[in-house]
Design a binder for this molecule. Structure first.
Ligand code: NAP
Length: 303
């Protein structure tokens, strides 16, 4: 199937372009980006012009930041194209619901992707936890914003979500592996004095589930989920690539194709089955945190 990328920036280059190139399902047929392009692939700066020139491109993958994404997705759906959304799927829940309604009416597939759910041991963690009684869960998601979002001021602008940009990855894992849903009880959000979105967040959920997100960690990065159960402790590390049960490595060999190859394989299945996959539960938790969270001012942040 022919696919186009819109928003050729960091994540498109790091993950989408290589994953499409390696996939048996997809052929990259065009890009739309004001500054980015891919060598040898027709490049456009206007989405409508690209769609008019390529009526055979059935799927469009949206790789720009969340705030501008809705308008691109809306136009692609209106033009009868299937749409794949980078995480977070939108800047608000309302616009995500609106896109889902539009996709249903247009009869096209729509996929809210959550790449961290495709990490090597996440499905295994869900399976192991499915019949366990959980007593506690703690998430530690601490990374360096300067490494992963160098100079990207949009992450600190309204709608950029701040530390929830990576934190929503942790929430996507949490909502996949816990056997029962939880909801937020309270949060503390640390906002740099000169910025509009938080750089750190402490979250407390029901059922003794908590999370610690921080974007100021230099050196080794921490993407861990610990779950205590009556049958032992499960520990996902490296963003779900590794898992131990009571300290013993549980299946280290790769069992899934990789995060982005997994997402593109799923998109192929959704298009063939004419289905929609819009699980918004991670975004709902972020919205709750921004509604309930206590605001703390912290040091100004500059690149
Ligand atoms: P980015 O490099 O800052 O942006 C991607 C591209 O989107 C830009 O190169 C730009 O292309 C286009 N864009 C930016 N602002 C725009 C606007 N206002 N209107 C239209 N197009 C705009 O960001 P990124 O790091 O790739 O992140 C994009 C998405 O991927 C985010 O939702 C992020 O959460 C997700 N993601 C990022 C990472 C990561 O490591 N950075 C990892 C996983 C997922 P043009 O200027 O050429 O139009």
């Amino acid at each position: 199937m022919k696919i186009a990328l819109v928003g050729v920036g960091k994540i498109a280059r790091d993950q989408h372009i290589p994953s499409i190139a390696a996939s048996p399902d997809w052929k990259l047929a065009a890009t739309c980006s004001r500054q980015g392009s891919v060598e040898g692939i027709p490049a456009y700066t206007d989405l409508d012009e690209m769609m008019a020139a390529h009526p055979d491109i059935s799927v469009i993958s949206m790789c720009m930041p969340p705030v501008p994404r809705f308008d691109f997705a809306r136009r692609a759906i209106a033009a009868g194209r299937h749409v794949m959304l980078e995480k977070p799927p939108g800047a608000t829940l309302s616009e995500c619901h609106a896109l889902e309604d539009m996709a249903r009416k247009a009869g096209v597939s729509l996929f809210a992707t959550w790449h961290s759910r495709e990490a090597n041991r996440v499905a295994a963690a869900r399976d192991w936890l499915a019949d366990k009684t959980i007593t506690r869960c703690h998430i530690t998601w601490r990374e360096d914003v300067r490494k992963w979002h160098p100079g990207q001021d949009w992450v600190f602008d309204p709608g950029g979500m701040g530390v929830f940009d990576p934190g929503i990855n942790a929430l996507s894992v949490m909502t996949k592996i816990l056997p029962a849903p939880v909801h937020l009880l309270g949060a503390e959000l640390s906002f740099p004095a000169n910025r509009q979105t938080p750089i750190a967040a402490q979250l407390q959920f029901t059922d003794n589930v908590s999370a610690d997100f921080d974007w100021r960690q230099e050196g080794p990065q921490t993407w861990d989920v610990e779950v205590w159960t009556e049958a032992g402790k499960l520990h996902l590390t490296h963003g779900g690539e590794h898992m131990t049960i009571d300290g013993v490595e549980a299946g280290a060999d790769p069992v899934v194709p990789g995060e982005y190859p997994g997402l593109y394989a799923q998109m192929a299945q959704l298009v063939r089955a004419k289905e929609i996959d819009m699980d918004l539960s991670p975004l709902r938790h972020v919205a709750d945190a921004l509604m309930l969270g206590k605001r703390i001012e912290t040091d100004a942040f500059d690149w």
